[in-house]
Write a protein that binds this ligand. Structure first.
Ligand code: FE2
Ligand code: FE2
Length: 188
């Protein structure tokens, strides 16, 4: 798949131009991190490029897709529509784009909540999403620095930062994010 083909495919799913730019920047950073941590750069690039492919799928359509592809939504995914784009994105990339690579689909599947015991690729996509150069919050720089030094420290910092934001806004926290936090606090 050439870069041009990828962009054409992504533009069919995403109409928001800034979202496409965010995807490109996430892919670029994911590839950079893959180089540092010596994992497959192409996989990192593709997972980063398509991680938000389902961001514009509405919840009715998301429910239909989950049924079509035999994916059972968790209760928190059913209650929190924002979480849906991660598992649905993984399904779209696997079944519709036919990128049938479990490492890529799992990295997309866990990019929003995180979880305990993530693979290097999963951590890279989670972190690249938060640290790509278009991110304007001050913590993005720190996430970027830590990501290049030590992925587990970067994970702990980032999941804590995101959970703090959710608490401040009195929003729901998915159990997988708590597991993610507990996993990386124990590795400290
Ligand atoms: Fe996302
Ligand atoms: Fe994203």
């Amino acid at each position: 798949m050439s870069n041009k083909d990828e962009l054409l495919i992504l533009s069919k799913y995403l109409k928001n131009k800034e979202r496409i730019e965010h995807s490109k920047r996430t892919a670029k950073l994911a590839r950079e991190l893959a180089e540092i941590y010596d994992i497959d750069k192409e996989k990192a690039y593709l997972a980063g490029f398509f991680h938000d492919i389902a961001k514009e799928v509405n919840s009715d359509k998301a429910l239909l897709l989950s049924k079509e592809y035999n994916y059972t939504l968790s209760s928190s995914e059913r209650l929190n529509k924002k979480l849906l784009h991660a598992p649905i994105g993984a399904l779209i990339v696997f079944h519709q784009l036919e990128i049938q690579d479990i490492d890529i689909s799992e990295a997309i599947r866990w990019h929003t909540t995180g979880k305990a015991q993530m693979t290097t690729l999963e951590k890279i996509i989670y972190l690249a999403d938060c640290a790509e150069e278009g991110r304007k919050y001050p913590e993005a720089k720190k996430i970027l620095e830590l990501s290049k030094e030590n992925l587990d420290s970067a994970m702990l910092f980032t999941v804590s930062f995101l959970m703090n934001n959710l608490i401040e806004e009195r929003r729901f926290i998915d159990k997988n994010s708590v597991d993610c936090y507990n996993c990386y606090i124990q590795k400290k």
